[in-house]
Design a protein around this ligand. Sequence first.
Ligand SMILES: Cc1ncc(COP(=O)(O)O)c(C=O)c1O
Length: 471
Amino acid sequence: MPEPIDPTEFRGRGVGTSDSVSVNPIFERPGEATDLPKSRLPKSESFPDTAYQIVHDEAMLDGNSRLNLATFVGTWMDDQAVRLYTEAADKNMIDKDEYPQTAAIETRCWTMLADLWNAPDSRRAIGTSTIGSSEACMLGGLALKRRWQKRRRSEGKSTEAPNIVLSSAVQVCWEKFCNYFEVEARYVPITLEHRTLDGHDLDKYVDENTIGVVAIMGVTYTGAYEPVADIGAALDRIAEETGVDVPIHVDGASGAMIAPFCQPDLVWDFRLDRVASISTSGHKYGLVYPGVGWVVWRDKDALPDELVFYVSYLGGNMPTFALNFSRPGAQVLLQYYMFLRLGFDGYKRVQEESLAVARYLAHELAKMPAFELWNDGADIPVFAWMLKKGYTDKWNLYDLSDRLRMKGWLVPAYPLPDDLTDITVQRIVVRNGLSHDLASALLAAIRTEVDFLDRLEAPVPREGQPVLFHH
Ligand SMILES: Cc1ncc(COP(=O)(O)O)c(C=O)c1O
């Protein structure tokens, strides 16, 4: 683990080390300050153009988002979407009374998702937009917890010690859920034989205090699907043998927007009775800019009514279930725009293209003597690879990641979670916009850098090498 940054030391300095931002003489205007402090509110005003130029120039120092192969989050939308985004930037999603059309569009979007995810009756399903998958997962987890508490109370049993069962490869949002909402996390470690949570040994983790099991469609570390149907079947057996009946929340942050289009025969969604709720990130393979997620419950029974708050809407009361109050409404409109713009066929074409690029990259990397694939991008367009055992002790995947970063490519390397922390992988997330052409440029960069590292006469120094990537 790298040393944590001390925020009192860091003080938002950014790339430079000085305490102030100086205005380029070209943009200096008479009467304006030419040096603006970084950690105090400047004393006086700046002209809008000056302030714009400073912020614009600082943001330019961020990485190039198109070359960021670490993120799952959308980095490109078309001009019409950008126009809509600008037009709707002032809309607050919670003001349902003032913006009834945005509220209606939000409902249309999650109803479409309920249908896409095969809810038995999408009109009986219930859902909401969120700020991302993290909030959506928390809401899914909270509903599981409250359902379990209600049932236990009605049976006169203790509600002291709820637990949730999940893979050790869950995204950090689930650790947060367990921490913030006081639910014991029962992690099932991944191993070489069981590379994902697959129902194996589930009876050792599940008991009468289990509020639910999380199944991930598109594990963050590798992109692999967890076999939701197998997990469901294991829970069916547990229910038969012990009477403990445990629901599933599917964390489909990425996969819930890939599987319906590209693997329609894979049964992972509301077709499985045990799946109570499904969440996804609209801003990942939903193809929207950051700031939107979705969660849908199969029916109203899966979402306890006490968790729902009512806000004023067209003189009536509109149910809402969210951790935030105010948040942008624009992203919800962008999601609807994408649904209309692409439809089922368009999403299928875009996602299939990303899958084809991922498989091409994986196939080409597999041919290189240095590497061994962990998976090949067959599930979501994400794959990871390892350095072949015994290939070299001069360099590792962190070194390759550093070398690629020098060329602008962000291709993170990191250890796998428990019980495979001794395996380091490197991962590529293919998103809409990583064309075959860009992918071949990336491959060329990887080949050049591997060649450079191979030709080193001594090992790369290890001292102080930072680990830069976090899940
Ligand atoms: C499986 C999974 N769940 C949840 C999240 C959190 O998503 P968000 O960034 O939309 O909050 C991620 C993000 O990568 C993820 O991969």
